[in-house]
Each structure stands twice: as C-alpha cells, then as structure tokens.
Design a protein around this ligand. Sequence first.
Ligand SMILES: Cc1cc2nc3c(=O)[nH]c(=O)nc-3n(C[C@H](O)[C@H](O)[C@H](O)COP(=O)(O)OP(=O)(O)OC[C@H]3O[C@@H](n4cnc5c(N)ncnc54)[C@H](O)[C@@H]3O)c2cc1C
Length: 279
Amino acid sequence: MKPAPFAYKKPRSLEEAVALLGEHSDARLLAGGQSLIATLNMRLSAPSLLIDINGLSGLDGISHKAGMLEIGALVRHVQAERSDVITKHAPLIARAMPHIGHAAIRNRGTLGGSIAFADPAAELPACLLALDGEVEASGPKGKRTIKAADFFMGLFETALEPQDVLTAIRVPAAGKDTRTGFAELARRHGDYAIVGLAASGRADGKGLADVRLAYFGVGATPVRAKNSEAALARGDIDAAVAALDLNPHDDVQATAKVKKHLAGVLLRRVAKQLMEARS
Ligand SMILES: Cc1cc2nc3c(=O)[nH]c(=O)nc-3n(C[C@H](O)[C@H](O)[C@H](O)COP(=O)(O)OP(=O)(O)OC[C@H]3O[C@@H](n4cnc5c(N)ncnc54)[C@H](O)[C@@H]3O)c2cc1C
C-alpha cells in the first residue's frame, strides 16, 4: 500500500521543529522512519505533515560526563552497536543492540525513535527502565527531563507532549561493580521479542544489590518484576522465578501462559549473567 498524501518539511533547528509541531497538530516527526513509514504505508496513520528531524545538529552524539552516559536521539542503532563508549559505560545497551531488528533496520533506525515509539516488545525502553535512565525532551517551554519510570505510560503512549522533541536519553554510567543481564526469545533473530528481559544490578560482596528487572513483551509498557528483584538480591533464583507476578495477555506471538513460562526461563538465564564477574 502507499501512504496517504502528506507535506514534508526539514527544519534546521530544534526551535523550528517545535514551532512546526505547534502549527500542525497532526504532524509527525520523522527520524529513521523504520516504524513510522510502515504505519503510513498501512494507513494506520495519515499525518498531513512529516517533520524530518534528520537535519538537526547536535542530536547524534554519544558522551560520558558527570557519571552519566548521554546518547543523542538521532544516534542510529548501528552507531550504538559499534560504539566503544556504549560498550564500556552502558554494557546493558550494548548487549541489547544486536537483537533490534535486522541490519538494514539498524542502519536507519534511531535510539530516540525507538524510545519515543515505545513499542511494548522493543528492547531499548526496557533497558532504559532497567538502568533507571531518563529522557530529555524539548518543547515550547524549553528542556525537561523525564525519568524512565514516568515516561512509558501505556500502549505506544509516553509522557512526551504533542510539541515535544525527544533530544537524548541518559543512563548512569556503569562502574566496576555494575552487573547487567539481557535475554529475549523471538521466533527468528531480529524479530520483535515474544518475551524479553533487561536487568541491572550491583555486586555487593558475594551477592547483588539494586537489582532491577525490566520485562518487555508482557504488557503495554516495559514492566518491572519487583518481587523477583528482592529474591534475586538474596541469591535465591528459584524464589525469584516463583515470585514473578507478571500479567501478560495473549497476543499474536504467544498465549499468556506461554509468556509467563518463558519469563521464568529468561529470569534463570539473566540471573546467571548478573552473577558473573563484570558484565
Ligand atoms: C521489520 C522490522 C523489525 C523491527 N524489529 C525491531 C525489534 O526487534 N526491536 C525494536 O526495538 N525495534 C524494531 N523495529 C523498529 C526499529 O527499531 C525502529 O527504528 C524504531 O522503532 C523507531 O525508530 P525510528 O528512528 O525508525 O523512528 P521513526 O519510525 O522515524 O519514528 C517512530 C515514531 O517515533 C516518533 N519519533 C521519532 N523520533 C522522535 C523524537 N526524537 N522525538 C519525538 N518523537 C520521535 C515519530 O514521530 C514516530 O511516531 C523493527 C522495524 C522493522 C521495520
């Protein structure tokens, strides 16, 4: 199918992009286009204007400062996948990147697009939640920061306001005690996950502290398994699996019962990764 007709503008500044969003209430931002263009072609959306943000400068950097790693919204998946800075300071994101789509999609898709789109089966929103990260957005009133825990509000629904442009994400930079784990089950490598799990924690003596387990593919948003986090911090993997209180629904990929079972399988895999030396 072909998309419905739309106008196209390519602003040269963030202020111009925000102003255009204000002037056209049904406009959509175009980043990598890997999700948006599919929805247009399937006529799931028909905006009158596409605002191409690929000409905005300063949104494609990856930097480590003040204990945080900042990744610009226009960083492509492939750029993140190959970044030594991300491998060193955000090993969880590095673990997740190869699971996102296929090479052609990672060549164009952006980290900002993935977070803003908020697909419930996507890897990066869960990583952001597991890392207790944050989103930076610019709108008519200037910049604001939104914690990941407050950002993902519902199915494809985020805390971004209609005139907001997501400009960057930030996560605490990994230290020597940081532990991470990532696993997903998909029908084929690169497909959206049936169920996935992104996890972070801190080595604490022989155990773990600050464990954060963020599942994806089991609800409308990434979901933390808080009861299991406490059990895992005690080193009790069986209790962590038993404590899983996820409430997935049947979807085209699997039944809720299968998803719950797979969530337990992934928890055992990820627990081992978390307990390994520096990961
Ligand atoms: C076949 C296929 C398989 C895929 N598999 C996976 C997968 O396994 N895992 C996964 O996570 N993703 C997957 N994707 C999606 C891919 O990761 C996309 O790149 C991503 O979801 C959206 O990024 P984008 O830059 O392409 O955004 P776009 O498609 O350009 O935009 C997506 C949405 O986000 C909005 N948006 C984009 N950037 C911003 C911004 N800076 N501020 C505010 N709003 C913004 C747009 O207006 C639009 O509504 C797949 C895509 C395809 C086509």
